[in-house]
Design a protein around this ligand. Structure first.
Ligand SMILES: [Zn+2]
Length: 109
């Protein structure tokens, strides 16, 4: 039996996150339809902690990171290291972060 797991999806238009359950045999889509606006809700992985809907600054940061290819994937630096790089707390930090870790960005499409 495959164990189901939850993936977090977020709509950057609604500033809303929701979870969907998948089992391991199932391929997880990168986007789902947002239940609020019918637009795209993006896969932010298993460890995404969404800010409050009202926290516009945090959503701005998430949108910025996303546009630069960072979807809260784990970033490990160096070889043989198990330390992951923490994601930035603020939009200002995010601006440096996307430059420093540009080699780790996801390029889609
Ligand atoms: Zn939406």
């Amino acid at each position: 039996m495959a164990t189901p797991y939850n993936m977090a999806f977020a709509c950057l238009t609604c500033c809303k996150s929701f979870k969907r359950e998948f089992d391991l045999a199932e391929e997880c889509p990168m986007t789902l339809k947002c239940p609020e606006c019918g637009g795209s809700a993006y896969n932010f992985g298993r460890h995404f902690k969404p800010p409050k809907k009202s926290n516009k600054k945090q959503w701005d940061k998430i949108r910025f990171l996303f546009e630069h290819g960072f979807r809260f994937q784990k970033i490990r630096v160096g070889s043989g290291h198990h330390d992951t790089v923490p994601y930035p707390e603020t939009l200002e930090e995010a601006k440096e972060f996307v430059v420093t870790y540009k080699d780790y960005a996801i390029h889609s499409g």
